[in-house]
Design a protein around this ligand. Sequence first.
Ligand code: SF4
Length: 349
Amino acid sequence: MSGVGPALAAPLLAWYDQGHRDLPWRSRPTPYRVWVSEIMLQQTRVEAVRGYFDRWMQALPDIPSLAAADEGVYMKLWEGLGYYSRVRNLHRAAVEVCAKYGGELPADYDKLLALPGIGEYTAGAIASIAFGLPVPAVDGNVLRVAARLDNEFTPITDAKYKRRVRGQFAALLPEDRPGDLNQALMELGATVCLPNGAPLCGDCPLQHLCLGYHRGNAAVLPLRAAKKARRIEQRTVLLVRCGSLVGIRRRPPRGLLAGLWELPSLEGALPPDAVRQALAARGWRVGELLSLRPAKHIFTHVEWHMTGYYVELDAPPDGLTLVSPAALRADYALPSAFRPFLSVIEEEA
Ligand code: SF4
């Protein structure tokens, strides 16, 4: 038994060759397709990404088309995927790639790493899968597999431990198939060596090498440093109607959901009278005010607990942009946190 070492390459590749998930970005792994898929897959499940990936590739089939796209276009294509700095960085990087590299990603790990939004894992995935370079691609899935294989009790969030694992995999990547080995590891982490104490060791091609399995620790590994509790914010979200139109506004250019469109909101969980008062203070002429079902949205570091109201105004309000429900659906990227409050107008769109 050896844990992470050269002996794992052959059985892992043989297992991968016998069949793996059919993912759209695997069928034609051009550098651009690998890049976009890897960015979309950060913090997002494969099943959720499929539809987004296909729509994106139809609308923006190459790097020059992404670089030339208006913000509204790429933000709309990303709507609902969350973590919007990812799509802004994709666009910034596309502009840079057009300026520096003629619209094609460079076949060079360090140059990839220097582009906005591309970290070690993504640079490794593009370099190995699209360009066949022998570079590891170590993400949380691969760290989990490594910790179990090595029966390692250092938390996988530890930067030194990550570096060590990168070094271990760099040393064992086969020259002829580095991208396949990286993908096989990702596939193993996603389909067999599952998170949350549920590895399917009976189906694993590496069981004979796995120290964690043989010492009875597979289900308790990996360790993670304790997470900080999320901050809870109470907000009162308003679905503002003025005639047939809906009121939206831009969020501030920095911070959570920076620069995105949103439904207006007030701080705190306010009762109807307090909402009327706050809106009257802004000079808004409120007609009907109805409670909506409360909703919750979880971000990485904060949770929004939202009280909702449907608010009819008798005159256009200052500070809001009024759009039709159909335009809101088609042309504006609204973060999914606000979706629960849109069901009232969904049939109008
Ligand atoms: Fe993961 Fe179990 Fe395979 Fe070890 S034997 S790598 S714990 S699935």
